[in-house]
Design a protein around this ligand. Structure first.
Ligand code: ADE
Length: 241
């Protein structure tokens, strides 16, 4: 899977790209991330990509010309045409089903805004998939773009050591509930003990315990996830005679 990122702060991604899972996935050729500095398309001797809003108001607006020309240039690179995403608090909200949908695309182009947003004509001309990572306002789309890359790469085959582990992630189509507690050594720390069932090696009992934990945590914290379908899935069916 290929990611292209258009930003005025490409350096924000550098340390992130050099870390653990991401670095391994890049080194193994499973994914590639291409950073593009929007200022290269400013067409301005001061490299300015923003301007004051028509009609007045606070802040600055990202100009249409650098973004459209940068996207056209980036689109013409590589094999697959990218699915263009614009990060904005006004977009559809990111969730695991949306991540699952995005991870099926061979290539994503992530447009990161700053200031008060983009000139509306960026949206009118490019018709991007506008995505928000939550109901709060970030200083720009870079952190949101990293969240999308991070969530997508978990679903790229071969990126996680254990293929199964992304299917059992909370919110994924294999598991819409929260995950229960996990423990590792030591068995006891400051009087806090690991539940006995996890030490016994009875896999059926462990699976039942984990399912009950997950259901209890979801009921306590996120009862909105307990849809009628999820409840039906967990209700033992009586055999018809
Ligand atoms: N840019 C600023 N806030 C954002 C958010 N919540 N999601 C995506 N992009 C953003």
């Amino acid at each position: 899977m290929r990611f292209d990122v258009l930003t005025i702060f490409p350096a924000m991604f550098e340390s992130y790209l050099g870390q653990s899972l991401l670095k391994k996935a890049i080194d193994a050729g499973k994914i590639s991330v291409h950073l593009h500095d929007l200022r290269e398309w400013s067409g301005d001797k001061h490299n300015k990509v923003d301007d004051r809003p028509f009609g007045g108001g606070p802040g600055m607006v990202i100009r249409v010309q650098p973004v459209v020309e940068a996207v056209e240039a980036i689109q013409s690179q590589g094999d697959a045409p990218p699915h263009v995403i614009l990060l904005t608090p006004q977009g559809r909200k990111l969730s695991q089903p949306v991540v699952e949908e995005l991870a099926t695309k061979p290539r994503l182009l992530l447009l990161c805004g700053r200031y008060e947003g983009f000139d509306q004509r960026v949206i009118d001309i490019l018709a991007p998939d506008e995505i928000s990572i939550g109901d709060y306002v970030l200083n720009g789309g870079e952190v949101a773009a990293m969240a999308i890359i991070d969530a997508c790469i978990r679903l790229v085959p071969g990126v996680l050591g254990d293929e199964e582990s992304s299917h059992t992630d909370s919110f994924s189509s294999g598991n819409r509930l929260l995950e229960g507690a996990q423990y590792t050594r030591p068995r006891e720390y400051r009087g806090h003990e690991v539940p006995e069932v996890l030490l016994g090696g009875n896999h059926q009992q462990i699976a039942l315990w984990r399912a009950a934990e997950s259901l209890q945590k979801t009921t306590e914290r996120r009862s909105d996830l307990l849809t009628p379908e999820e409840i039906a899935k967990r209700t033992p069916q009586r055999k018809r005679s």
